[in-house]
Design a protein around this ligand. Structure first.
Ligand code: C2O
Ligand code: CU
Ligand code: CU
Length: 482
């Protein structure tokens, strides 16, 4: 282990302490996770009687990125945006000021809150110069987990997210109270990719890249390039992973250590699942424990090649298959005062029972105009592209439904549903008790999910979370009728 790296990572535990130390600190700059003064520059929100107030300003400008700078779109001047910490039962008010030269809005990805009004309403549009306060209550029963927020204005989503507008949202709860989890050193890893020229200015991806889904060659982990995270011998490290990239899939593997999966998108598993590698599609989150079972040393968190399909001749062949590269390092430092084991039990997770209704959503592509780019590809659900004024599916509040996605294209489409989490259904017809809000529908493959619509009526959406595909039409409306 070299000295510079030691100095760099020396303060890593500070953030975990700081985050739990004061309930009033709900938004902290993530990138200081491994630097001094973790809370400087964060949002210090008043949180009297479960009230959480957050100020976000979306603005274009020079932003520190990976030891250099980029001309990006940022929340509060940082990429990724500040970590926003909430608790079940909170009354949340998030004031967004749009200082961009283009319209924008917000979506709270994975949060189980109303899809309308001034809550998680993606149909709101803020003009340049406008401000709006998003307001909602996090249900008292909301699962603890890692969620995130990003703009969701159809046609501009991929652009705005690819330029940096994304912020993690954490909800604390039962999983955090499991003794071993509480004892683990916690780190948030927000995975993003950017395409910038030498001067740090964004490079236009071009029409072909949009069809495949743009990927950037500069991959960052919470705004850093190849950060190092420390682990104690006999201790636990908790990595909270969020794929905030527009199209890039990550296939993660840590040298010399299995990954102990403890939570998926929508919260805790019943007990940890041991994995050699983990696939993280755009929008998805996973929570893993690493056990400090080695004597010492430095181990690379690798991104392994993943082929997410062939976009066909028009789009230039195979997409997404990189050679392996290092995303981050896990470095041993010190020894736990007393050894901590991987927990056996995390909590109870309900298995969704089969419901009476099932529907099929066919994912396809067609030739069509791409705005500002001439002829290209459009992406469709059940033969149609997104129209906010059309109701594509009507579901009953309280119902459980099985949805089957049928992918007729040569590319994977990671489908995502707003408002309610779901479970994946296996070949035996049983739901896997792990809460998700995204699922990869493989090229030419099918996937069945089971979803229950609870608490909130209103118009919501589902879409491919390759955000270029969403912008090019692969989104549909779902009306939840009370
Ligand atoms: Cu993160 Cu509708 O998306
Ligand atoms: Cu979402
Ligand atoms: Cu897609």
């Amino acid at each position: 282990m070299d000295v510079t790296r030691r100095a760099f990572v020396g303060l890593a535990p500070a953030v975990g302490v700081a985050l739990t130390a004061g309930a009033s600190e709900i938004a902290t700059p993530l990138r200081s996770a491994s630097r001094v003064h973790a809370l400087d520059g964060g949002i210090h929100a008043a949180s009297a009687d479960g009230r959480r107030d957050v100020e976000l300003v979306a603005k274009e400008g020079w932003v520190d990125l990976a030891g250099s700078r980029g001309w990006l779109l940022a929340f509060n001047g940082q990429v990724p945006g500040p970590l926003i910490e909430l608790a079940a039962g909170d009354d949340v008010r998030i004031r967004l000021t749009n200082q961009l030269a283009e319209p924008t809005n917000l979506h709270f990805h994975g949060l189980h809150v109303p899809p309308d009004g001034t809550a998680d309403n993606i149909f709101l549009e803020l003009s340049p110069g406008e401000a709006v306060t998003y307001a909602f209550r996090v249900p008292a029963s909301h699962p603890a987990g890692l969620y995130w927020l990003h703009p969701h204005l159809h046609g501009l989503v991929a652009r705005q997210v690819s330029l940096g507008l994304a912020a993690p949202v954490v909800i604390r709860g039962a999983l955090d109270a499991v003794a071993e989890v509480a004892a683990a050193r916690e780190q948030f890893l927000v995975l993003q990719d950017f395409e910038l020229d030498r001067s740090g200015r964004p490079v236009d991806p071009g029409g072909r890249a949009l069809m495949a889904g743009r990927e950037g060659s500069i991959v960052t982990v919470s705004g850093q390039r190849r950060p190092a995270y420390t682990i104690e011998r006999d201790g636990l490290l908790r990595l909270r992973l969020l794929n905030a990239s527009v199209s890039r899939f990550y296939r993660l593997s840590l040298e010399g250590h299995p990954l102990h999966l403890i939570a998926t998108d929508g919260g805790s598993l019943a007990s940890p699942e041991t994995l050699d590698e983990l696939l993280l599609a755009p929008g998805e989150r996973r929570d893993v424990l690493i056990q400090g079972s080695r004597d010492g040393g430095s181990y690379r968190l690798m991104n392994l090649p993943y082929n997410r399909g062939s976009a066909g001749m028009m789009m230039g062949g195979v997409v997404g298959a990189d050679s392996p590269f290092e995303l981050a390092t896990v470095v041993y430092e010190g020894r736990a005062a007393s050894p901590v084991d991987i927990p056996q039990v995390l909590g109870e997770v309900e298995r969704l029972p089969a419901g009476p209704v099932s529907r099929t959503f066919v994912l396809s592509e067609a030739m069509g105009m791409m705005p500002g780019r001439g002829m290209g590809m459009r992406f469709l659900i059940n033969g149609r592209e997104f129209d906010h004024a059309r109701t594509d599916a009507r579901v009953r509040l309280g119902a459980v439904e099985d949805w089957e996605y049928v992918n007729t294209t040569g590319m994977d489409h990671p489908m995502h549903v707003h408002t309610n989490a779901f479970q994946r259904v296996g070949p035996d017809g049983q739901a896997d008790p792990a809460w998700l809000d995204g699922v990869v529908v493989p090229a030419r493959g099918r996937v069945r999910i089971r979803i229950r619509f609870t608490d909130f009526a209103g118009m919501t959406v589902q879409h491919c979370h390759i955000l270029d595909h969403e912008d090019l039409g692969m989104m549909s409306t779902v009306l939840i009728e009370g």
